[in-house]
Design a protein around this ligand. Structure first.
Ligand code: OGA
Ligand code: ZN
Length: 377
């Protein structure tokens, strides 16, 4: 690390700058340095045990120098020295943030995707961790997969979901059964034989369900094909064709509701959901659960045209993947990114039963990282 001896450290009012033959004036804030001193973390558990809010004065370096491969800082107003791995600091400034194996770029897909869908049997996933890793990778990249050879019992879907996380409850509890029910029991269109327009499930929940599992137990009715599309692909196209409309739909939240005798769910969601870097992560789409838009009427002059244009684009056939889910198959998909629906079916022409449940998106990524560490890195 001879090179580090050539480093010049300049102390400034609120931070310090490092200049080396390779880097010029790389700045670090004193609060950040003090907060992230290696001694701030429990040596085994790795959680932060230092509390920066307990400092009586703003942290400020009295002296800082590079010794061997360490940046050593003596703090003013405190009897404390911090030693940072110098190469780590410089690497951080080039690319701040923890390395994340789960941060895989989304691969957009279109209406012809059905033959290319990731497929594995339930047994494949139960028996081999590599298969599980590949499944989750497909979920992160494409947002959807089909699991075949599902055991034909109620527990089967929970067993599958548990391979990637805990089942999380929703309006219906820990699972739901989609079938045409008697009139008195059918409080949602799901429980009729009617068509379901393209939607994401229960956006009226504050944290709408993350990953959705639909295990087809029976499907021999006439009609009832399943419809899926990649909402991120549509939204990215919309960003190009109508950037102003994109900003409105990704910036302004609108109300959703789901109100029946025993519950009254309400939330606000953005139709286009983006992450902190502005990437599209999903959509919130539900004609049935969209509440009366309560934006100022003048704002609606801009909101509605953008909304309608986007929803029309969403109906463009080029995005729509249509197929029949067969008994023994389970479709697993990101309930925010992948928009789904179904054709109407003739209720008396046979039986149709899908059993569903949800897990979290965050837990999916967590499982991917741990499997990746175990199998790849
Ligand atoms: C639902 C739903 C799909 C289907 O109930 O929300 O999307 O194929 N069902 O019945
Ligand atoms: Zn649905």
């Amino acid at each position: 690390m001879g090179e580090t001896h050539l480093a010049t450290i300049t102390l400034r009012a609120k931070g310090l700058s490092i200049t080396t033959p390779e880097y010029k004036d790389v700045y670090f804030n004193y609060y950040w340095l003090r907060d992230n001193c290696p001694t701030s973390f429990h040596p085994e558990i790795q959680e932060r045990t230092f509390d920066i809010c307990q400092l009586q004065q703003a942290p400020c370096a009295q002296q800082a120098e590079v010794i061997d491969d360490k940046l050593v800082i003596n703090w003013a107003n405190e009897d404390h020295t911090s030693e940072f791995d110098f190469a780590w600091l410089l690497a951080w400034q080039a690319q701040p943030g923890r390395e994340d194996a789960a941060a895989l770029p989304r691969k957009h897909w279109f209406g012809d995707y059905y033959p290319k869908l990731f497929r594995a049997t339930q047994a494949d996933l139960e028996n081999t961790l590599e298969n599980r890793l590949n499944w989750i990778q497909a979920m992160l990249e494409h947002g959807i997969a089909i699991i075949t050879g599902m055991r034909d019992n109620d527990q089967s879907i929970t067993d599958l979901a548990n391979l990637i996380g805990h089942v999380r409850p929703s309006v219906e509890g820990y699972y739901f059964d989609v079938k045409a029910k008697a009139k008195a029991e059918a409080y949602s269109l799901s429980f009729t034989a009617a068509a379901l327009e393209m939607h994401t499930d229960t956006p009226a929940e504050e944290n709408a369900p993350g990953i959705q599992f639909l295990h087809c137990r029976a499907n021999d009715t006439t009609g009832g094909d399943n419809l899926f599309l990649d909402g991120a692909a549509v939204a990215e196209d919309f960003r190009k064709s109508n950037p102003k409309g994109f900003d409105i739909l990704s910036g302004v939240s609108v109300p959703f509701y789901y109100d029946h005798t025993n519950f009254d769910w309400r939330s606000r969601q953005r139709v286009i959901e983006t992450d902190h870097q502005g990437n599209v992560t999903g959509l919130t789409v539900s004609q049935h659960m969209a509440d009366l838009f309560d934006l100022p009427q003048q704002q609606l002059d801009d909101y509605y045209p953008a909304f309608v244009e986007f929803m029309q684009l969403l109906r463009n056939e080029r995005y729509l993947m249509r197929f029949r889910l067969n008994a023994g198959e389970c479709v697993v998909f990101d309930n925010h990114r992948i928009i789904h629906g179904r054709d109407a079916y003739a209720a008396n022409s046979g039986s149709r039963h899908l059993r569903g449940c949800y897990t979290d998106r965050g837990e999916l990524r967590s499982r991917y990282r741990t499997l990746y560490k175990q199998l790849v890195s």
